[in-house]
Ligand binder design. Sequence first.
Ligand code: BGC
Length: 928
Amino acid sequence: MDVRPVSLRFEHHREALGIGSAKPRISWSFDGTEPNWTQASYELEVTRKHTDNGKPETYRVPSPDSVLVPWPSKPLESQEAASVRVRAFSNSNTQTPWSDPVTVEAGLLQQADWTCSLIQSPAPTQSDPGSPHSSVLFRRPFTTSTRSRVSSARLYITSHGVYEVELNGTRVGDHILAPGWTSYKHELAYQTFDITQQVQSGVENVIGVHVGEGWYAGRLGFLGGSCNIWGDILGTIAQLFVKYEDGTTSSIQTDASWTCRTGSAVVRSEIYNGEYYDARIHEPSWSTSGYNTTSHGWHAVDVVDHDTSLLRAPDGPPIRRSQELKPVSAWKSPLGKWIIDFGQNLVGWVRVRTGDTKTPKGYTLRLIHTEVLENNEVATRPLREAKATDTVVFDGEPMEWEPHFTFHGFRYVQVDQFLSTDGKDGTVVESAAADDLIDKIDFTAVVIQSDMERSGWFSCSEPQLNKLHENIVWSMRGNFVGVPTDCPQRDERLGWTGDLQAFASTACYLYDVHGVLKTWLRGLVLEQAARNGQLDEGVPPLFSPNTFPDKPGLSTAIWGDSIVMVPWDMYQFSGDVDILRNQYEGMRDWLDKGVVREGNGAGDNCTAHGSLLWDGVKSTQLGDWLDPAAPPSEPGNGLTDGLLVANAFLVRTTELMAEIATTLDDSAEAKRYSSDALALRRAFGDEYITAKGRVVGDSQTALALSLHFSLLANTEQEEHAVKRLVHLIRSKTRFKIGTGFAGTPVLGHALTKMGQTHIFYRMLLHRRCPSWLYPVTMGATTVWERWDSMLPDGSINPGEMTSFNHYAYGAVAHWMHTVIGGLRPLVPGWKRFAVRPIPGGSVTHATQRYDSPYGRIELAWKLLENSTRLHLRLVVPPSTTATVELPGQADAQEVGCGIHEIEVPYTAPVWPPLPIYAPFTPHDDDEP
Ligand code: BGC
């Protein structure tokens, strides 16, 4: 019996300390390949740590479910911990061993548990409302009982701003930029730390909280953005509980007994602009006992009431450091600037360590972070107004520094050296001695990201496709820093909904995104509720009129449709129906009130008009954003009519709503949305599709959307449309890309659905611009915002919106996993899945692993004997079944848990499909 339950988890938490649920649903996966093993029942053992004398309770449940099963015991109380383990039984009553026990601990579940106040600095932290805030230090000594030793201690803490907390001079936890970014006026996440080891028994301890402006009060948004969007005063909220071995307890909370000080060695630290740090004024002992506050400007705090209903335990993992990279090279640029290359476009910062190297007091390093070089100098133009500059002034002692409340998207760093006096830049150090210093100082790139668990891996025989996949993973990592963002470097880094709409299903293959996205989606719905159902292309958690002063915020398709489509994708991967339930009202509001329909303003009794298409005048449409035909300065003005694109999505979203309503047992709504979808499909056909099956606009995107969303009326029309699509691809772009944010994620799937996979292989393997591999040939290490963010001559696209780290076009990895790799769920949550690899192009083998909720799926295929045979090795985890369909095989076969090796004869399609050249066209782009 080699099956065993592993990875016990609660809700979507990998670490279940301080969770927000009293009855967390429990999931476990399985290790093992026992043939056809399926769970028939399970037994959960729950041992409450502090009640019932630690007596285990056991619950035997006859159920095949092992994903999100109900909490079997009585609800957890606030701060209560329980240890849980599970074993499972098969139909033939074979029994697995017990899983390892995992502890779950509830956070503060009741509002009444919060007895502390919000404390703030009474002194202003800004010189004027547009300037950066000084950070604030809050401090509180407390003495633990002398009668008994500390047995456990917990800290519950959050802030207005972002914070770092120290206890007795040592950092608590490893979170970055806590409490993260939420829709602050609706909710504020708090963090729970186990500080048992850090609290000292029987002596004075000191807790210190350092709060920077972060997203809460810092400058956000482009066109100069705005400061203080949620508030202009930095503060913290904290409660610390100590338990002693003799059963007694003590606690401290933020109240009038704390003191604070504005200003620290972190002179300023802004998300976009970076940090200025002056080590000469750093006081390492400020959070230790014995530090004298009287001479350092410490004063009483302001004590303020706050709304405890806003405080929420996080749904997912915090932001953490995830990797470190050493420079791959450093050189002096033509302008005489030192430039370091870390070899990878990443998100995080540079850590500077002087080690034994002696630097003079006042020696200053200024680090300017950029993603690319232009003319062999760092290219700052794409950053727009973000300075992305960290400055560190040394105090003459050996030191190690990394910034506190900022992050950058970069591969290159320009390092300038100064001798600073009085906090100002002084003489530029240009001497050979300075060059020597740069040589000796240790520069390390520190990568940060939301600490999600990796779930999907892919590789194949084409190294450039592997590099593309790797770049997509890096772009995802860089744009999941607290919230899913468009880009991590310039003056945006915002939660653009349309970008995630394009990428969500890909993201679900690569990482477990459920915790992070759950919070973000809730913010989306909460913000939408205040807008009568409307959703412009807004950027949750930020929906501030300050950010877009000239924009009325009219509803926008695709971006707004994310409220339906993103949860749907998440549901397919997790099987968690609560994701749909939580969003349901918001989804309905979007279709019933948000979508601005023909002849009908948003909100006017729209429920009666769910069958009407978008109004092209009263709505703003971004269309097939950034298709290659759109001029650099007009990203929404592409080849395909924006209204057509919006309406194609409207049909699809309405159909999904019918499915969602059915899933949620709301049959009346299911009926209504189905009939709306039918009417919309007809209206779309009348407006955009010819009788034979051409689609108005006649573009890759128009045809691909119509095929993928099944908008054509019958198979004849579909055949006609795909012929046209293939012809356009072969003749107009000759296998290069012609799609933007809307068409790109679906193009490959549309072609595969219609049996034209080899056409898409050729597009995917194309290396000329615009194509997926073009950036790879240009040395890209992430996915670019534009197909030609960098032009073939190495210059940067003249458009003012040019990032080198946008994940939307990385949506092609979904096709790579499902078609090359051949894996996709057949039912939400992966209990049944399809294995249907379709080899093509020059790809002769492919491998993928996917950590499904039931356990790891492994799939590897290779072509043998001169591509005349196909060999598949498949590992199916316990409790699941796979439907295997191999090319050329008439019948699919169902297989259960186990290792399966299957070999079949194989006939490769004719390769390569050829381009069609118009007369006089030079044949110079005939790739591959
Ligand atoms: C962002 C995009 C976003 C778009 C919508 C851009 O500035 O970077 O990715 O979706 O704006 O307006």
